[in-house]
Design a protein around this ligand. Structure first.
Ligand SMILES: Nc1ncnc2c1ncn2[C@@H]1O[C@H](COP(=O)(O)OP(=O)(O)OP(=O)(O)O)[C@@H](O)[C@H]1O
Ligand SMILES: [Mg+2]
Length: 351
């Protein structure tokens, strides 16, 4: 193993913790054990951040239990894999902890240590795969944005210039012909050219959002919401706690694309009467919420094959250490919320 990875064992039974710690150390892991959820949080708070946690469920009467400790750890470090390790085998506990971690639940019985080890190894592999997948997805997004920017530039320099030239020539033609019969035709042509110029400009903006030039996400979203409202004729409000907000261009772009997809989904699938977009900066986080009053859906239900919008939104948020939440109930509208940490620490993977 190139660099030693640290596993934190959270268990109130000292002998269990000791056995597992020794086993992991023999396999080349760094292993530390703590005896309560409180101690686990305290250590992490002090900067002792493990690469993985092996978490007991019941951590003693009157003490914080494993699920609550996990929840608190994940608020700060969503990326630390947590494996549950508990003597509970009743269906209620299994069910209640099912969504807590995707890295496994090992039954805590003497002689099961090899299963703990196998699960730790598998969990590290799963985490590695997820990282690779995330890096690949970030790479593909970057390529797509570069390609979009290239196409936008070509359209701007080529089509944009041609339309401008056509308009000028048409004006000159109208002046020199001075033919009353041709006048309405020329006016009509000028209007078609004007409409085409607007379409071209919108297309350029969609391909390469102005957020790349300004980095001001509030300005970019104001513009996009206005364009969206015009295109889909759905009343869409925009509310921001900030007048302007400068972020790293890549982060702004990620947010912009999330809002773009959420709005497109509302228009395509929701048939809403109204939509609202809200931007709020609070406690070091920037939260953008798109809410519609449309038909809603079951976010946890079966996803349509070949649907990548929600997946892409989530990827973009997580790429920046943020998160995406979707709340929707059939018949009661949909709310999509992306939350990004803002501050001096950009995500390493996205840089
Ligand atoms: N605002 C919404 N209102 C109602 N249903 C929605 C809404 N947003 C998403 N959905 C449902 O969730 C599904 C998945 O959305 P997602 O954006 O992932 O895929 P998609 O829009 O179908 O395809 P694409 O990959 O082009 O985005 C949609 O097909 C739709 O059924
Ligand atoms: Mg979609």
């Amino acid at each position: 193993m190139a660099d030693t990875r640290t596993v934190m064992i959270v268990d109130d039974e000292a002998i269990v913790a000791l056995n597992i710690r020794n086993l992991l150390r023999r396999q080349g892991y760094e292993a530390v054990s703590v005896h309560s959820g409180e101690e686990c949080l305290q250590k992490i708070g002090q900067g002792i951040v493990p690469d993985m946690i092996l978490m007991d469920i019941n951590l003693g009467p009157g003490r914080m239990n494993g699920p609550e400790t996990t929840r608190r750890v994940q608020l700060q470090h969503a990326d630390i894999p947590v494996i549950l390790h508990s003597a509970y085998t009743d269906p209620e506990t299994i069910q209640a902890t099912r969504d807590m971690t995707k890295y496994g639940y090992v039954h805590k019985v003497p002689g099961n240590e090899e299963f703990v080890l196998a699960t730790v190894e598998m969990a590290f592999k799963l985490q590695e795969r997820e990282r690779m997948y995330r890096d690949l997805s970030a790479h593909v997004n970057r390529l797509r944005e570069e390609q979009n920017a290239f196409i936008a530039r070509e359209i701007h320099d080529d089509l944009g210039q041609s339309i401008a030239a056509l308009k000028m020539n048409l004006t000159m033609l109208g002046r020199s012909l001075k033919d009353a019969q041709l006048e309405p035709i020329i006016t009509d042509m000028r209007e078609i050219l004007d409409a085409t110029a607007i379409k071209v400009r919108t297309l350029i903006h969609e391909l390469r959002p102005p957020v790349l030039d300004t980095s001001d996400i509030v300005e970019a979203l104001t513009w996009h919401v206005r364009e969206f409202e015009k295109t889909f004729a759905i009343p869409t409000s925009f509310l921001s706690s900030e007048q302007t907000l400068e972020l790293e261009p890549e982060k702004s772009l990620a947010l912009f694309r999330i809002v773009q997809e959420a709005l497109t989904n509302s228009a395509r699938h929701g048939e809403p009467g109204t939509i609202s977009v809200a931007v709020k900066q609070e406690d070091g986080f920037l939260r953008v919420t798109v809410t519609d009053d449309g038909r809603g859906f079951s976010p946890g239900g079966n996803t349509t094959p070949r649907s990548y919008g929600i997946l892409g939104m989530r990827e973009r948020a997580e790429q920046w250490n943020g998160s995406l939440t979707i709340e929707s109930v059939p018949g009661q509208g949909t709310s999509v919320s992306a939350s990004f940490p803002i501050g001096p620490e950009p995500s390493g993977e996205a840089s």
